[in-house]
Structure formats: C-alpha cells, structure tokens
Design a protein around this ligand. Structure first.
Ligand code: KIV
Length: 271
C-alpha cells in the first residue's frame, strides 16, 4: 500500500498565524491551469485570480471590461491546478458596486462555480455593506485599498496614491473599517512604504503589498510581470525574475527555422 503525503492547504487562518509569527506571505496571480500548477508547486501561499486577467490574458487596457463569467472561467481553471495555495478571486468591475445583494450573488457564483476559497473586492467605506453581506454567507473577503485599478477613470492616472494627508487618513480609516467588517486580509497597492507599514502595524489582519514597500505582511505581483512575459510594464516596484518574453520568442523562432529548413522532424521524431 502506498502512503500518499497529505498536502495541507493554506487557509485564511494560516495567513493570520503567519502574520502573528512575523512570517511573510507570498502571493502571485494566475489565470490558467498550467501556470497555476507551477505557481502552486513552487510553494506560493496565495494565488490571486486577479481581474488583471483583463490586461494580461485578454489584452485590454484596463481591468474594467472583464466579466464575472470570464473570471469564473479563469478561476475554475486555476483551482484545478492547485493543491496547496489559498485561491482568491477578484470580483470584477460592475459585479458588486451597485448594491450588497448583487455583491453577494456575485460572490456566491464564484464560490459555487469555481471551488475557490475567497473573493477580493476593491474599496473601503463605499463597499463595506457588501463586504458584510458577503461575509454573512460565510465567504471570506480580502480587501484592496490604495491604487484600485477598477477606479482608474476616477483617478485618471496610475501614479502613487495617498501621498497627501487626507487620502492617507482615509486609507487608514478604510483599513480599520474592513478589518472590523471581517476581512481576513487587505491588499494595499502603490502607496508610500511608510503609510503601508503604519497600516500593517495598526491592524491585526495581514496586509499584502504591491508597490507598498517591505514593511507589510506579504507581497503580491502579477505573474506575467515578474516572469518578464509582459515587457511593456516596468514600474519601480516590479522585480523581474525571468525574461520569458525573449526566451519564448527565441524558442519559437528556432522552431520556425527548423520547420522551414526541414530539420524538424528528424527520423527519431517520426514513426
Ligand atoms: O488584479 C490583480 O492582479 C490585482 C493585484 C495587482 C493585486 O488586484
């Protein structure tokens, strides 16, 4: 009889324990089965099925066009590729801002149709009723403050948020509200490191940063950016670990050359 090693799934409780112990949380996006399988195998704590799929998978300029059905398709593919990571799914633009009942319906669809473990939504005070209603159905919620890409046309630009005191104080207030509402963690995007660190110190739930410095409880990046697939996007906060764009284009170029020169397939590659 073979003894199979049990793989323990990361839970929202695990993340809280990590914060309590001072252990940093690693999080990356994924949108499909094959990539999710590699990200999970590498030992990531959290996989975010981000609405950045709208940019990196569908080629849209913003995250606004992606639909709930499309997010559900991506999320169910990701879930099939994971056995360890906690999988969090973004509620897309237009699926929760209208009212809390609609937010709950969207969250329930994600949980029922994908098998994911939690949802994420953008905003503070404006969405707190929706957060509470989703939580009342037993669905874990991750918040998202700072630069919130679904509001890009309100901001007008992707520059660093909350440099001014008024916006910084609102962000701190929103983080407390989201914690009191019951969020299990909050993503904070593109704000000064000192502000993000202050929030991480003040609230007891994990703060996951992107462009928010090293004083928070964990880090998240978009997979296609950190693997160097998407070469046009080069913000200061991004560290690229591979130049996959160059490698893939080079490999495909070699394949084209081999086909044209009749080098491929050779005898050992034929029946
Ligand atoms: O959609 C996304 O990829 C995100 C991350 C940038 C946090 O929300």
């Amino acid at each position: 009889m073979s003894v199979q090693k049990e793989i323990k799934r990361v839970t929202t409780k695990t993340l809280q324990e990590m914060k309590n112990k001072g252990e940093k949380i690693s999080m990356l996006t994924a949108y499909d089965f094959s990539m999710a399988r590699m990200v999970d195998e590498a030992g990531i704590d959290v996989i975010l099925v981000g609405d950045s799929a709208s940019n990196v998978m569908a080629g849209h300029e913003t995250t606004l066009p992606i639909t709930l059905d499309q997010m559900i398709y991506h999320a169910s593919s990701v879930i099939r590729g994971t056995s360890r990571a906690l999988v969090v799914v973004d509620l897309p633009f237009g699926s929760y801002q209208g009212n809390s009942k609609e937010a709950l319906t969207s969250a329930i669809r994600v949980m029922k149709e994908t098998g994911a473990h939690a949802i994420k939504l953008e905003g503070g005070e404006e969405v707190v009723e929706s957060v509470k209603r989703i939580l009342s159905a037993g669905v874990p919620v991750m918040g998202h403050l700072g630069l919130t890409p679904q509001s890009i046309y309100k901001f007008g630009t992707y520059v660093v948020r909350a440099r001014e005191e008024e916006e910084a104080l609102k962000l701190i207030h929103d983080a407390h509200l989201l914690q009191e509402a019951g969020c299990f963690a909050i993503v904070i995007e593109k704000v000064p490191a000192t502000l993000a660190e202050r929030v991480a110190r003040e609230v007891s739930i994990p703060i996951i940063g992107i462009g928010a410095g090293g004083g928070v409880d964990g880090q998240v990046l978009v997979l296609h950016d950190m693997l160097g697939i998407n070469t046009e996007f080069k913000p200061r906060f991004l560290r690229t670990y591979l130049n996959l764009h160059e490698q893939i284009v080079g490999a495909i170029g070699n394949y084209v050359k081999d086909v044209k020169s009749k080098d491929f397939p050779n005898e050992s590659e034929s029946y």
